[in-house]
Design a protein around this ligand. Structure first.
Ligand code: NDP
Length: 452
């Protein structure tokens, strides 16, 4: 008789949890996965996937407008939010179903309910009250939106709600200057919502390269977004005409919708971690070592709940490293350096490696190569939107340590450039590579030093 009901119990059926559960089951382990919401996690159900579809949806309006100069004439153009919303939700349901099936097909048991830790080896399934035991437990519960506790916050929506609205607001105030705020401001503006993005700092996307921040802040305005900087909300009041948001600079904005995109926090509250001796940090994140092992030696954690690099593909890589460590006698961590990523603003941002400021802090000799141009597609389209590229090298060999792009298709281009930076290629390698003409991407192999 095995000592425990399962070899592995995974709490959370998001990207990291499902990958780990499926891989362990394929290795013949007895696996259970618990999920309190729909399988798929933030990425599939209320994040990356539905958000990317909204971005696609938002771009059609601009495409239709630009098509005129390319010879196309169109009649009256209408946008129907419910069509887009429901088509996206149908796709989310299809994908969520695939996540369930993939676990069950591989022999894992899926519990569609919340699970909490009772002790190091015991999990309580909250709805049914059933208790099950496991040799190893993996916490992959992700994060949840954080909303600051200001007066009237109950009138605000967050990203989870934004996908399900029964009607699109005519006016919206989006609070925040990070990924979600900047992406949704672009979506809303594209769908015809009169959008104001309010950020407490002096330019959007803190943590990104300064020039990228400058350009994104400016390009948001080209979309018709009213970008208000240096202000934090203090109160949201309901009025007869909608909502009124007050700010700490004394200003007020009347609107139909206040969308708080003020960050996310690990979803560990009430999970019973203290019952199992699992330590968390100030943000609520599970503290793990390089092998994703928590302070309890049979309990591991991957993905956003560890607040390392909060991106879907990273959670998947961490899950694969967990499988190698625990079940394949190959203990390894996941190297979090040089992870390429994108912000799906309009146009998007694609980045990998160090910002210029980070490179200057760590290296004595750095060189910076940039270009800033109006892509040919935009010339005939009559659009002012530009493309920016920056490449940063260090040392005598000029190893490329950072690439920062803003412009159409840069979210696609950066994936390939991530390979180059991860491989430690030099500026000479880029220069030796022949251009693909005429493309945006060719500029990356013909960059000149920034004139300063
Ligand atoms: P971010 O941390 O990116 O941004 C949060 C924003 O809210 C910041 O601008 C922050 O300001 C601001 N803020 C925080 N508290 C307050 C407050 N009390 N009042 C006013 N403003 C406040 O979080 P997001 O929610 O946008 O995204 C969460 C994470 O999800 C991201 O960090 C990313 O890892 C992931 N994500 C990735 C995406 C992608 O890969 N494309 C897309 C969406 C999310 P300040 O800068 O001053 O702290």
């Amino acid at each position: 008789m095995p000592k425990y009901d399962y070899d592995l119990f995974v709490i959370g059926a998001g990207s990291g949890g499902v990958r780990a559960g499926r891989m362990a089951a394929q290795l013949g382990k007895r696996v259970a996965v618990a999920e309190e919401s729909r399988p798929g996690g933030t990425c599939v159900v209320r994040g990356c996937v539905p958000k990317k579809y909204l971005v696609y949806g938002a771009e059609y309006g601009a495409h239709i407008k630009a098509a005129k100069n390319y010879g196309w004439s169109t009649g009256r153009v209408n946008f129907d939010w419910l069509t887009l919303r429901d088509n996206i939700q149908n796709e989310v349901s299809r994908l969520s179903g695939i996540y369930s099936n993939i676990l069950e097909k591989n022999g894992a048991t899926l519990y569609n309910e919340r699970a909490e830790l009772v002790d190091k080896h015991t999990v309580r399934l909250v709805s049914s009250g059933q208790e099950v035991t496991a040799n190893t437990i993996l916490i992959a519960v992700g994060g949840r939106p954080y909303m600051p506790p200001i007066k009237g916050i109950e009138h605000a929506i967050m990203s989870d709600d934004a996908f399900l609205l029964s009607a699109l607001p005519a006016k919206a105030v989006i609070i925040g200057g990070g990924y979600i705020a900047s992406e949704f401001a672009g979506i809303y503006a594209g769908l015809g919502v009169k959008t104001t993005q309010v950020y407490r700092g002096d330019k959007l996307l803190r943590g990104f390269d300064e020039e990228v921040r400058d350009i994104v802040t400016e390009q948001q305005k080209l979309l018709g977004i009213d970008v208000k900087l240096g202000a934090e909300p203090t109160e949201i009041k309901k009025s007869s005409g909608g909502l009124i948001v007050s700010f700490n600079d004394g200003s007020k904005i009347g609107t139909d919708c206040v969308f708080m995109a003020t960050g996310r926090k690990p979803h560990t509250l009430g999970l019973g971690l203290e019952n199992a001796g699992v330590k968390i940090d100030k943000s609520g994140a599970v503290i793990v070592d390089e092998y994703s092992r928590s302070s309890a030696k049979n309990i591991y954690a991957v993905g956003d709940v560890t607040n390392r690099v909060n991106l879907t593909p990273v959670a998947i890589r961490e899950a694969m490293a967990f499988i190698d460590t625990v079940y394949k006698d190959n203990p390894r961590g996941y190297d979090h350096s040089n992870i390429a990523s994108a912000v799906f603003t309009r146009p998007p941002v694609g980045v990998v490696g160090l910002t210029e400021a980070e490179a200057r802090e760590s290296y004595k000799h750095i060189e910076v190569y940039t270009t800033n141009f109006r892509p040919m597609k935009n010339v005939i389209a009559g659009k002012d939107e530009r493309c920016f590229m920056k490449l940063i090298t260090v040392g005598r060999k000029e190893t490329v340590v950072g690439i920062h792009l803003v412009g159409d298709d840069t979210a696609e281009i950066i994936q390939a450039l991530g390979v180059a930076v991860k491989a430690g290629l030099t500026k000479a390698d880029f220069d030796a590579t022949c251009a693909v003409h005429p493309t945006l991407a060719e500029e990356i192999v013909t960059l000149s030093k920034r004139s300063s």
